[in-house]
Ligand binder design. Sequence first.
Ligand code: DHB
Ligand code: FE
Length: 272
Amino acid sequence: MMSHVPLLGLAVDHAKKEEEYFKPVFNAFDVSKKWIEDINPDAIILVYNDHASAFSLDLIPTFAIGCAAEFMPADEGFGRREVPIVPGYPELAWHIAQSTILDEFDITIVNKMDVDHGLTVPLSLMFGEPDEWPIPIIPLAVNVIQYPPPTGNRCLNLGKSIKRAVGSFPENKRVVIFGTGGMSHQLQGRRTGLINQEFDTNYLDKFGSAPEELAKIPHEDYLRLAGSEGIELVMWLVARGAMNERVREIHRHYHVPISNTAIGHLILENEI
Ligand code: DHB
Ligand code: FE
């Protein structure tokens, strides 16, 4: 789980990682980079939100799964980030689409989609600046931009369905799921810059052990306590639902501020 602050993408792209402001955040991901390199998964399901880059008010899927062979980094107004094209995993993505839809989750199947900072910034944090991304990615976009976003409970249950889908894939694959976005932040209006460390810490504390409790948080509470963009945190619950009931915490990092938010980062592994 991790925030996806676009400023961190800029810091990577403009060689500013060593600057005092950014260094503690990038350093905290050294552990994470080693962790993912060691486990070397076959696929990453990356739960993120599109920020009106691939979708717009014309078309707003609540959940959308990228089934293409590759995804281009989106132009968010300043040209495409110069990061590698994102490799997909069509066989597994189509299997997850089929399994979750037959499990009564209405996911939109997307065969062409540009991916914005919501997806590429987490990749930069976890893999640095490689010539190619080392692991196939299945993008899973969640609408948290236009009201009404899905409830936390719906997200947690979708995660459980994704777990069943991966389990029923005919080949035995090692899959990591990223929940991205958050933590508390507000990018507009009078409360711009809102950060609620108490809310964030509680979320990090309960995430592994009591996700059902977090899944009950109503949208109004995210808005009041975590700011208008704090709702991005429901995406973490998709990832949590895809894991075992019991998990262990491998790594945690919380750092304030970066841009308008806090960087929250958790690595969990299934407890068997
Ligand atoms: C910021 C955070 C976001 O989640 C986002 O999508 C854009 C900007 C920020 O903190 O600046
Ligand atoms: Fe965002």
